[in-house]
Design a protein around this ligand. Sequence first.
Ligand SMILES: Cc1cc2nc3c(=O)[nH]c(=O)nc-3n(C[C@H](O)[C@H](O)[C@H](O)COP(=O)(O)O)c2cc1C
Length: 297
Amino acid sequence: MKLILAPMDGLTDTYARELLTGIGGYDLCVTEFLRVTDTLFPARVFYRRFPELRAELKTAQNKISHTKSGTPVFLQLLGSDNTAMAENAAKAVQLGAKGIDLNFGCPAKTVNRRGGGASLLNHPEQINQLVHSVRQVVPDDIPVTAKMRLGYDDQALSHDNALAIQDGGADWLTIHARTKKDGYRPPAYWDALAPISALLDIPVIANGEVWSVEDYFACREQSGCDSIMLGRGAMVTPDLALQIKSALVQKSIEPIDWPSICLLLEKLYQLMIDNPELNEKYIAPRLKLWVKWLMIN
Ligand SMILES: Cc1cc2nc3c(=O)[nH]c(=O)nc-3n(C[C@H](O)[C@H](O)[C@H](O)COP(=O)(O)O)c2cc1C
């Protein structure tokens, strides 16, 4: 059973990953997506999106591609060019990435217009080729995983897409239990994951609308998946993963209090301003967004 911190562009950068995994409960995180067009990126592009690859940021356990508290981090790639995706995946692994996740769910217009993200959900054969191309160049001991939505306009191709991903050689599949058309509107259709999970031989990770421990159990029940990826709920309730893990062993913990959340934000700010490469254009929107999510709680 795994709890995974979702990739969230503009939110879950290396600093958020460090803070949230430092609280505990997470088994894995995924970087914000790195958009691949038709070129092979130089190392600095990978380091910017995925600073945990830098040797000088190695954890106490001497590991790269892990947060400071020792949680593995996978790189997420988004794109539709088989060769460029494979070349960039291979380069990331050469730089030390411990896993590659492929994005088949991004709803952004700019991404979809260029045939990437959720727009690929209308083309299972293309998804299959992309997964296969990346799997072929990534060593067997490094997982290649994928994240999809249930479909583009509707769920008609959800089984085809899931099979395409499995047959392409993915190690597991995360499903955001909504279509692109559903956007982020509740509900998430957790029950639609159960037949997909039954169809596949690889593990399915459920994602969408898990905001509380109760949601975790409801999602597990309806989806049949015990591994879950937490997105916005992780920002709203920074100790959500720890609360879920504690509930699973029938241990009760004090939920994180407001002073501790303020300290968390202060630490986030400090980590960002300590990096001379970041200016207020980077720092301000990220702080603002996280404060916005925290205010929901
Ligand atoms: C601000 C924001 C940015 C996101 N960026 C990404 C991304 O880079 N890659 C990705 O696969 N999904 C991305 N997502 C989708 C989330 O990973 C997740 O699938 C979605 O939020 C549903 O989970 P939740 O209901 O737990 O938030 C993003 C979501 C949000 C709200």
